[in-house]
Design a protein around this ligand. Structure first.
Ligand SMILES: [Zn+2]
Length: 490
């Protein structure tokens, strides 16, 4: 009897050009040969996340894991916590201009930190653990304070007359919000914010506060005035700044609705003369849609109330803290889901209704919760067979960031094509290079069938000198007992 596939997706222009989803990175990786790849994901810090947000974040961690193996480079995740999201908006009773205050200005650094800890810290730590991927977290407040970001912003002002139509095609007024130094409120649409002076040392703006009247804001690369840029402008400056780094390839992970908005950012990047090798590389993740085809939206719910809720939406999809299970359990389910989507470009580069995502989630493997978390390593067949036979008890790898996470007692799942074997780490030893390693490790425990010289030659064919330069880790392994069914073949 033929089995029905879990997921059926039609072909698309992009999917037709790719064998695997991660191949979208390959042209740029080949062109610039980066030392590392950082997957960048930004999220508004404004309460409990919904499924769409967590899907983008999970994709970042999973792609970091896949790209690390695919391109033999270090990878990591860079999480931007957008604490400039509006916390409160009021109307000036006289002019009817809207004023807003950011989360940062309302709650302070510690209040924002508490929100991040509540909604994201445990989730990210769990994702990092499950994918052996390091992440760093940067608030928008820290990002705008960095000299590189501020200098890039000042450079865009030199071409403001051209980029403003890309940033604001309907009226040409760029929303550069410069909060009042006394109260922290800023005009939402910056109608009365003026750039009055610009030279190589910096810029001077004037703006109007609803309580404190006219004020001046000097901006230079190192001063501490606050730059609250509207969404498109913030992305323009961020992508320009990140594009200058020739050693790290930054990959922007964005929800699918951004595919439309990025046309405007690209127009502005072109006006600024951004070279092709500095143009941002972006991956758009599947959108989560209501049955009408509209994006699942928390703000729409806030405006319209529960009536706007699609009938098919499950409570945890809107507020992921409502998930019936712990964080690791939620993360493992999401990783399974995103891995299924990434497994075929036809599945990944498209949108999903909440109903379809609910169906997929309820079809996840029944033993997912019982499966132990394990580091994963691909391995050649001849070594796989030796591990499975229990005669290879030392595995050798270069000491990149994912290996640095391995601890004695952890599990490692070795994969070779359709086979896998689960092992437990008995000890860890680190060395400067393969020669030093073989001075200390019994040659036969690495490979009982080859001499030291043969093994050195083989291993150096696998790892070029720049990889060996990371250092070498020798991992003691033994076969792990697994409950029935867990060590199944995928
Ligand atoms: Zn004020």
């Amino acid at each position: 009897m033929a089995t029905t596939p879990l997921l059926v997706s039609p072909n698309s222009v992009l999917a037709n050009a790719l064998l695997r989803s991660v191949d979208l990175l390959r042209p740029r990786v080949h062109a610039i040969r980066p030392k590392r790849i950082a997957f960048v994901v930004g999220t508004q810090i404004n309460g409990a996340p919904h499924l769409g947000t967590n899907l983008v974040q999970t994709t970042a961690f999973l792609l970091a894991k896949i790209a690390r193996r695919e391109f033999s480079v270090e990878t990591s995740v860079k999480f931007g916590a957008l604490d400039n999201a509006p916390y409160d908006v009021v109307l000036d009773p006289e002019t009817h201009h809207a004023y807003q205050q950011t989360y940062y200005h309302s709650l302070g650094k510690s209040g924002v930190g508490a929100l991040i800890d509540t909604y994201y810290r445990g989730f990210f730590d769990s994702l990092a653990d499950a994918t052996s991927t390091d992440y760093e977290l940067e608030s928008y407040t820290d990002q705008q304070a960095a000299p590189g970001f501020r200098a890039e912003f000042l450079r865009t002002l030199e071409r403001l007359d051209e980029i403003r139509w890309w940033m604001a095609p309907s009226h040409g007024i760029v929303h550069t919000r410069l909060p009042c130094p006394e109260c922290g409120w800023a005009e939402k649409r910056a109608e009365r914010t003026r750039l009055i002076h610009l030279d190589e040392d910096g810029a001077l703006f004037t703006a109007v506060c609803l309580d404190h009247g006219d004020y001046e804001v000097p901006v230079d690369p190192e001063n501490d005035t606050y730059l609250d840029l509207a969404t498109l402008y913030r992305n323009l400056v961020k992508e320009r700044a990140l594009g200058r780094d020739s050693r790290t390839l930054y990959v922007m992970l964005k929800g699918g609705d951004w595919a439309f908005g990025c046309q405007l950012v690209d127009g502005a990047l072109t006006v600024l003369g951004t070279p092709g090798s500095h143009m941002p590389l972006r991956i758009f993740t599947p959108q989560v849609l209501a049955h009408t085809g509209a994006k699942l939206s928390k703000s729409l719910l806030r405006e319209r109330g529960e009536d706007a809720l699609p009938a098919d939406v499950e409570p945890w999809m809107l507020n992921t803290t409502a998930w019936d299970g712990n964080t690791d359990n939620y993360v493992d389910a999401l990783i399974w889901l995103v891995a299924e989507l990434l497994s075929d470009p036809k599945h990944f580069f498209r949108s999903f209704t909440v109903k379809e995502l609910g169906r997929l989630m309820s079809n996840r493997p029944a033993d997912l919760e019982a499966r132990p978390r394990a580091h994963e390593m691909g391995i050649y067949k001849r070594y796989f067979d030796l591990i499975k036979a229990g005669t290879k008890t030392t595995e050798i790898r270069v000491n990149d960031s994912s290996r640095a996470r391995i601890r004695s007692g952890d599990l490692i799942r070795f994969r070779c094509r359709d086979e896998e074997v689960l092992t437990r780490v008995t000890r860890i030893a680190r060395y400067a290079d393969f020669d030093e390693m073989f001075d200390h490790e019994p040659v036969s425990s690495v490979n009982p069938t080859a001499t030291r010289e043969d093994q050195l030659r083989n291993i150096r064919e696998i790892y070029p000198p720049e990889r060996e330069a990371l250092g070498v880790v020798a991992i003691g392994i033994e076969l792990a007992e697994t409950p029935q069914g867990q060590n199944h073949v995928r």
